[in-house]
Design a protein around this ligand. Structure first.
Ligand SMILES: CC(C)(COP(=O)(O)OP(=O)(O)OC[C@H]1O[C@@H](n2cnc3c(N)ncnc32)[C@H](O)[C@@H]1OP(=O)(O)O)[C@@H](O)C(=O)NCCC(=O)NCCS
Length: 287
């Protein structure tokens, strides 16, 4: 995916997902669904993980992926409605997997619709197993100060304790370079906090694409720090996505007054697939 492809990619992604919403709800949303900065931001995070399918001179499909060292995920994946059903999505995902494997990925994941036979078929065919979920959580920003001991935009800790070789350095670098948010660190814990939404068009929230914390105390402190940033930025809510297997994280968020939203199907392919079922506190958005 080149810089020059980004307008077409955004248009195709919006159009394909408007079609998906219409298929599921009977209502076609108007206007953009995705943030206009999505493509530029994702190319900043991982340029080698962004792909387009081209027919003649025209972009007909696009896929974004993010590689965090040995663990990666992809999406949003979209094919122009008039080019669907021709195997383009399969070629985009196959190339994404090939490129990721060449760079040493051990596990790839995605989030999709559990009730769509088309989606489940597509990813099963490409070797992904459908045994996990991702649960959205949303919390109101509370009063309080930035907790002591939390560094803003400090050094990024090693996260091998979550998954051997897990590395969020690219997300952290792109977050700072694009000025869309901050990184917060407390000991071995890391939170990435976006006050400019790089995915959806909702501008009222702070979006937390990642928290990894080795214990509850660190998790609580990072969550408070994210809320302090949100308050400073005039945002009312914090939104994140939690692996369904990470029950410790969900319990902690519920105790903090966060509310759960819907569950999406998570599918994975590779080694150590249940890495997220342990005692580590972990929010990770695979959109
Ligand atoms: C989902 C999407 C990316 C698929 O793109 P595509 O290029 O049409 O997909 P492909 O042609 O590569 O493959 C589709 C597969 O699903 C199968 N399929 C289609 N409808 C199906 C159904 N109702 N039940 C089961 N399988 C179905 C096709 O037969 C094909 O499999 P096959 O090659 O084994 O026959 C595209 O429809 C899209 O952009 N949708 C809107 C956005 C979206 O849903 N993105 C993904 C979110 S996770």
């Amino acid at each position: 995916m080149r810089e020059a492809d980004l307008d077409a990619v955004l248009e195709i992604t919006n159009e394909a997902f408007r079609g998906l919403v219409e298929k599921n709800t009977g209502r076609r949303p108007k206007g953009p669904l995705f943030a206009s900065s999505l493509g530029r931001y994702r190319r900043d995070v991982d340029p080698h993980g962004c792909h387009v399918a081209v027919s003649g001179d025209e972009v007909v499909g696009a896929n974004f992926s993010v590689l965090r060292g040995t663990l990666g995920w992809f999406g949003p994946l979209a094919v122009r409605p008039d080019a669907q059903g021709l195997g383009i999505a399969q070629r985009l995902v196959t190339e994404c997997l090939r490129a990721a494997e060449q760079r040493g990925v051990r596990l790839m994941g995605l989030e999709t619709l559990a009730n769509s036979p088309q989606h489940v078929h597509l990813y099963l065919k490409l070797g992904f197993r459908p045994s996990w979920t991702g649960i959205s959580f949303r919390g109101e920003v509370r009063d309080g100060q930035m907790p002591r001991g939390v560094d803003v935009d400090g050094a990024i800790p090693k996260l091998d304790y979550l998954y051997p070789g897990y590395d969020a350095t690219n997300d952290a670098r792109a977050t700072r370079a694009a000025k869309v948010g901050v990184t917060l660190t407390d000991g071995d814990g890391l939170a990435i906090c976006h006050y400019v939404n790089t995915l959806w068009t909702d501008t009222s929230i702070v979006y937390m694409p990642l928290i990894v914390a080795p214990d509850r105390k660190t998790f609580d402190s990072l969550l408070r720090a994210v809320e302090a940033v949100a308050r400073e930025q005039g945002k009312g809510h914090v939104v994140t996505q939690v692996p369904g297997a990470s029950w410790t994280t969900q319990e902690a968020l519920l105790e903090h007054g966060y509310e759960s939203g819907g569950a999406a199907l998570r599918m994975k392919r590779g080694d150590n697939l249940d890495y997220d079922a342990g005692s580590i506190y972990y929010c990770d958005d695979w959109h």
